[in-house]
Design a protein around this ligand. Structure first.
Ligand code: FES
Length: 106
């Protein structure tokens, strides 16, 4: 279980408790947090679950896989800390994780 904070493009913060094995995307959808569209439902094919991982968490969230990397080339405003939130799987290690959500998904 991990508490994840989602910060919207205006600075509003929303928290969700997410079970281990679920994804950062699923946590947002289940808790009706705006800013993660997730059109493909987590199949890593839509890139509408884009988020920016706060730099201090990048070691723990890991690096994007090959398919994810390709999709991230298509998102508006990609950054070095861009991830697809459906590819970040929750574990106790991610308790306290903070992600920011891009304006383009509102
Ligand atoms: Fe579609 Fe993440 S939900 S790529």
């Amino acid at each position: 279980m991990a508490l994840v904070t989602y910060i919207d493009h205006k600075g509003g913060a929303y928290e969700a408790e997410i079970e281990n094995g679920d994804t950062v995307m699923q946590g947002a959808v289940d808790n009706m947090i705006d800013g993660i569209v997730a059109e493909c439902g987590g199949c890593c094919s839509c890139a509408t679950c884009h988020c920016y991982v706060e730099p201090e968490w990048l070691d723990k969230t890991g690096k994007p896989g090959d398919v994810e990397k390709e999709l991230l080339e298509c998102v508006p405003e990609p950054k070095s800390n861009s991830r697809l939130s459906c590819q970040i799987i929750i574990s106790d290690e991610l308790d306290g994780l903070v992600v920011r959500l891009p304006q383009s998904q509102y």
